[in-house]
Each structure stands twice: as structure tokens, then as C-alpha cells.
Design a protein around this ligand. Structure first.
Ligand code: CMC
Length: 395
């Protein structure tokens, strides 16, 4: 009954004709419009996603992640000179301060990489003189700083936990290239860079999803970026949000190991009233356009590598979910197999989502602070009233 709407009265004065709007309850805030945004538009019926007016397929095919970051942060696609300047700024910030690297070395080898990102991004405040400076210029510089350091943090942690030395970032290469290089210790091929870059484009922004909303709620108290972004990372970690891509990969491996057909596996899950990860969406009622693009990319990658297995299993799952439940795949369903085909460890999938979405999160924070209003919904009190506190020794 998630969509059920109800007008709520409370014991407080604000619903009793003093001019305040009536309180309306919608579980999970479904269908509630909390603010205006120029960043992206989702048409859940048509299956369309626009970043600042540009269709996501157009952006995935014709722009790079850095161009999209510029679009989100600055409001327009960059000219060549603007893009060169952005590349330079991102590269200048990419290396980690020595104290941050020292901190990373203290992290246990078996930590959840999302917890690592959440903690180390928060700790970047310690090495930023502008951490609490709230001018638009300082906030933009922090957006760049955080976005450019997150790939370095993740790659460094992955190497440290494997007993390898972290790689220093390269000069004059894209975020996608540099991340794959810092992760694997070798320069990536053109196809890997292109595929990974397109994944970053596709995950960069998606309206007021749970992690972005979390970030904006924190930002709306006029707290700082180093508080808001770790909050957003924490929200993204959940399996109902970004954490779904890890669960999808686990499911594909389970199907493969079980020898069961994908259709039988899915039917069994549904019969057990379990969720099939990578399906369903709060806004899209048809196929997520990002899933369509990622499916095409997975097909190309699979053909190139001569390994169609994951693509075939995925499509059988999709057909079964459509037939049995009328549910379509979301972005996390295909990104999981693409990251696997790129040789990336499973627990890095959700952090990789974060490396991209940080551009959307920070753009939303800049937008929030340009016209701030505290975000503060209400809860309907459903507990008892008129209780009296007995002294502790008499209870
Ligand atoms: N598998 C099986 N049934 C599902 C699924 C699913 N993945 N998703 C929704 N349903 C069913 C649900 O059981 C309910 O059925 P019924 O009416 O018979 O009880 C109906 O669909 C409506 O579900 P809901 O929970 O009210 O829908 P919601 O809008 O609250 O949920 C969602 C959205 C994304 C949390 C949900 O679809 C889900 O849990 N999906 C699996 C996790 C996932 O893939 N998350 C990634 C989301 S998209 C990208 C991102 O944010 O990272």
C-alpha cells in the first residue's frame, strides 16, 4: 500500500486552521515533489532520462564523463577549452594527501569498500582548509576535490588490501582511464576505457533518489559537503539502492553454480516471496533506459570476448520477470555483468556507482545551497498519549 495517501491530524497546532498546510502522509514519500531541480528529468512511463535536457543515450554515445560532470556542475556542456580546464583541475586534485594515504593503510583488509569510501571521504575534511567555507566558489572546488579523489581512494584501498602499493594517478588521462590504471596497475585498453566511461556517464545523476535526497537533507541544514557526501554514500550502500548491483552478480553466480535454469530460479524466488535484485523501480514503470544502453554494451563486450553466458542468463531472467511479475530491469541489473566482464571485483561495484554519482550529489548540493530551504518532513505519531512518568524506583 505504498501509494496510499492520507490527510493526517496531529495534536500540534499546525493542522488546526492556523494557515499552515494540512499534513499529508505518503509512505516512503512516494510521488511527493519536495523541490525544483534543473539537473535531471525522469519520465517513468516513457522510460526516458534527461540530464539538463539531454537524453541519456545521446550523452552516453557522444560525451565523456568529464563533459557530463561539467554539464551537471556548470549547467552546460563544455567547450574544448572548458573541458581542458576541468581535466586539469580534476587531475590537480587526484593525488591523495599523505595523511589520507596513511589513514587508508590503517583500514582492515576485509572492510566493506563502501564503508572505506564513506569514512575516508569524511576524513578528507581534515586536509581541506575550505571544509567549512560555504561560498559557492569554495563549494564548487570541494565538489571537484571530492569527485577527483574518490577514484584514487577506492583504487588505493583495493591495492592495499591485496598487499600491493597504491599507484600514483597519471597526468593527462580521463577519470575512467586513471581509475582502471590505478586499480589494475596497468594501462587499460581503449574498449575498457570507453565502456567504463559510458558506465560513469549513465550513473552520474538520477533526480531525488534516496542517496541524493539524503545528501540534500544534510545540505539543507547548511552542513558541509564532507558531511553530506558520506551520508549519500551510506544511503547508496543499501541493497534496495546502489547495493543492488552486488546482489545481482551474486544471483548470476548462484544460478550458474546451481545448474538450475534462470527461469526456474526466478520463479522459485518469486514463489518464496523474495525480491529479484536489479528489477523494479520507484519511478520507472517500464524498462530503465540506462538498462537498455547497458544491455547493448554488455552484448558488445560479450561478443568481443566470446563469452555470452552472462548476457544470455540476464536476458532469460528479464523475460521471466516480465512474464511473471510485469517488472523490468533497472540500471543495476546490467552494470553488474559489465563490471564483471571488465575484471572488477564484486565488492567494488557499488563504490564505482558512487564514483560517478558523486557528480550528481555535489551538483544537487550546489543547487540546494543556491536557494536553500530546510528539508524537514513530519511523522504521524501513532504511539500512546497521556502517560505519566513514575519515579524510577517505583516502576
Ligand atoms: N522482485 C520481486 N518483486 C518486486 C521487486 C523485485 N525486485 N520489486 C518490486 N517488487 C514487487 C513488490 O513485491 C510488490 O509486489 P506486491 O504488490 O505483489 O506486494 C510490488 O512489486 C511493488 O513493490 P514496492 O516495494 O512497493 O515498490 P517500490 O517502489 O517501493 O520499490 C524498489 C522499488 C527498487 C525498492 C524495488 O523494486 C526493489 O526492491 N528492487 C530490487 C532492488 C533493486 O534492484 N534496487 C535498485 C533500484 S534502481 C537503481 C538504484 O537506485 O540503485
Amino acid at each position: 500500500m505504498a501509494t496510499q495517501e492520507k490527510t493526517v491530524s496531529t495534536s500540534s497546532d499546525d493542522s488546526k486552521g492556523n494557515g499552515a498546510p494540512p499534513l499529508v502522509k505518503r509512505r516512503g514519500l512516494e510521488g511527493v515533489v519536495a523541490l525544483d531541480s534543473e539537473l535531471s528529468d525522469i519520465d517513468g512511463q516513457k522510460g526516458q532520462l534527461l540530464y539538463r535536457g539531454y537524453d541519456i543515450r545521446d550523452l552516453a554515445e557522444n560525451t565523456t564523463f568529464e563533459e557530463v560532470a561539467h554539464l551537471l556542475w556548470k549547467g552546460h556542456l563544455p567547450t574544448r577549452a572548458e573541458l581542458d580546464a576541468l581535466h586539469e583541475q580534476l587531475q590537480a586534485e587526484r593525488a591523495l594527501p599523505a595523511t589520507t594515504l596513511e589513514m587508508l593503510k590503517q583500514v582492515p583488509d576485509d572492510a566493506n569498500p563502501m564503508a572505506v569510501l564513506r569514512t575516508i571521504v569524511s576524513a578528507l575534511a581534515f586536509v581541506d582548509d575550505e571544509a567549512d567555507e560555504m561560498s559557492p566558489e569554495a563549494n564548487y572546488r570541494k565538489a571537484l576535490r571530492i569527485a577527483s579523489r574518490m577514484p584514487t581512494i577506492l583504487a588505493a584501498y583495493d591495492r592495499l588490501r591485496k598487499g600491493q602499493d597504491p599507484m600514483a594517478p597519471l597526468a593527462n588521462v580521463s577519470t575512467a582511464y586513471d581509475f582502471l590504471y590505478m586499480l589494475n596497475g596497468e594501462e587499460p585498453g581503449e574498449a575498457a576505457e570507453r565502456t567504463f566511461d559510458a558506465c560513469l556517464v549513465l550513473h552520474a545523476e538520477h533526480g531525488l533518489n534516496a542517496s541524493t535526497f539524503t545528501g540534500r537533507v544534510i545540505g539543507s541544514t547548511l552542513s558541509d559537503m564532507y558531511s553530506a557526501i558520506p551520508g549519500a554514500i551510506g544511503a547508496l550502500k543499501g541493497p534496495l539502492h546502489g547495493g543492488a548491483n552486488i546482489e545481482v552478480r551474486k544471483m548470476l553466480m548462484e544460478i550458474d553454480a546451481s545448474g538450475q535454469s534462470p527461469a526456474a530460479y526466478v520463479k522459485q524466488k518469486l514463489a518464496n516471496k523474495e525480491r529479484v535484485m536489479g528489477f523494479g523501480h520507484r519511478v520507472y514503470k517500464v524498462l530503465d533506459p540506462r538498462a537498455t544502453i547497458l544491455s547493448d554494451m554488455l552484448e558488445e563486450l560479450s561478443r568481443e570476448k566470446g563469452e555470452m553466458q552472462w548476457y544470455d542468463i540476464s536476458h532469460e531472467i528479464m523475460e521471466t520477470m516480465e512474464a511473471e511479475k510485469g517488472l523490468a530491469a533497472n540500471v543495476d541489473f546490467f552494470s553488474a555483468s559489465i563490471y564483471h566482464m571488465l575484471g572488477i571485483d564484486i565488492d567494488l561495484y557499488t563504490p564505482i556507482f558512487a564514483l560517478s554519482r558523486v557528480t550528481g550529489w555535489t551538483a544537487h548540493l550546489l543547487e540546494q545551497w543556491s536557494d536553500n530551504r530546510l528539508i524537514r518532513p513530519r511523522a504521524e505519531y501513532v504511539g500512546p498519549r497521556n502517560l505519566t512518568a513514575t519515579p524510577i524506583d517505583e516502576r
